[in-house]
Design a protein around this ligand. Structure first.
Ligand code: HEM
Length: 308
């Protein structure tokens, strides 16, 4: 299997993995808020942040590119990473982005795609070869194209968690779910603002927040019998969606990532009542994120990293 350093090298080949920045999703902004779960969620998982009490949340909206100076007006996936605080002082993360499906079922497939994408005269040939050897990706192209569209606002688009997690209830019953963040606000950018600068998505969100909180519902899609729990590139048939809670974003975070503070949103950071699936992409992400943290901060994550 590909190593995290090979993944970072392949990301570097596409212009990402720049020193001092996240290897991907390099440009982003941290926000504060709260999350409150619904009784439906409490019935499906015994996780403490799903017991219905309001918990603090740290949110990072990001541009998927590895270029920390990427203009917001360029196409590409956008990220929404959420860290929820638990009563015992620990945290659990929900990492999501605008694509409904991941481009590959394995870390190796993703790294091969990054290598094929490396800019240069042979890039079209490499990409053609990649599509020929990964024909399923062709079918996913409309979904990926949609996810890469430049949005009017971070606050009006859906973000998807892609991996399956096993929710275990207080009575021991269990089911696999996929996460979706669904915005309360629809459509356009807030009125009366000329948002066309390189950071217009952050500018728009800040202006929107000046008028009140921005909300997203967390929807848990419950796996049906034929839905893959290990392949984030495979769509799910199940239409069973439960509103698990509401995230209320209130404003910019001014505290984190200053003076050596390191924030990592790691989807493997689960808590009692939630287990990661055996999705190889999910498990690899933790390792790749540690390599990225080392690159951007010079620090080994050590015990901070979830146990894989
Ligand atoms: C093998 C597959 C993947 C690799 C190698 C990879 C790599 C990376 C790396 C290196 C970072 C920077 C981490 C940091 O420095 O903290 C990152 C960030 C991120 N990735 Fe991935 N990623 C993968 C799959 C995914 C998937 C499937 C999603 C879908 C939810 C995703 C969503 C995100 C988001 C939202 C961020 C930004 C987190 C933040 O704001 O701190 N990634 N990715």
């Amino acid at each position: 299997m590909v190593t995290p350093d090979e993944a970072i090298d392949a990301i570097r080949g596409t212009g990402g993995a720049q020193p001092g920045s996240r290897a991907l999703h390099a440009k982003g902004t941290l926000y504060r808020g709260t999350f409150t779960a619904t009784p439906e969620a409490s019935g499906l998982s015994r996780a403490k942040h799903l017991d219905g009490s309001t918990v603090p949340a740290l949110i990072r909206f990001s541009n998927g590119s590895g270029n920390p100076k990427q203009r917001d007006g360029l196409p590409g996936v956008r990220g929404m990473a959420v860290k929820l605080s638990l009563p015992d002082g620990s945290t659990t993360d929900v990492s999501a982005q605008t694509a409904r499906l991941f481009v590959s079922s394995t870390p190796d497939g993703f790294v091969d795609l990054l290598k094929a994408m490396r800019p240069g005269p042979t890039a079209p040939l490499r990409m053609a070869k990649y599509f020929l050897t990964h024909p399923r990706l062709l079918g996913a192209l409309p979904i990926l194209r949609e996810a890469n569209k430049v949005p009017a606002s971070y606050a009006t688009i859906e973000y998807h968690g892609l991996h399956a997690f096993r929710w275990i209830a207080a009575d021991g019953s269990a089911r696999f779910v996929r996460y979706h963040w669904v915005p309360e606000a629809a459509g356009k950018a807030v009125q009366g603002q000329g948002f066309d600068g390189p950071d217009f998505l952050t500018d728009e969100l800040n202006a929107r927040l000046a008028g009140g909180p921005v909300r997203f519902d967390l929807r848990a899609q419950i796996a049906g019998p034929d839905d893959s729990t290990v392949d984030p590139s495979a769509p799910w048939r199940s239409s069973q969606l439960v509103t698990a809670g509401t995230l209320e974003i209130t404003g910019l975070d001014a505290e984190r990532e200053h003076g050596g503070d390191i924030v990592v949103f790691d989807p493997m950071r689960v808590t009692d009542g939630i287990e990661p699936s055996d999705d190889p992409v999910l498990r690899f992400r933790s390792l790749a994120y540690s390599a990225s943290v080392k690159l951007r901060t010079g620090v080994d994550r050590g015990p901070e990293a979830p146990h894989i």
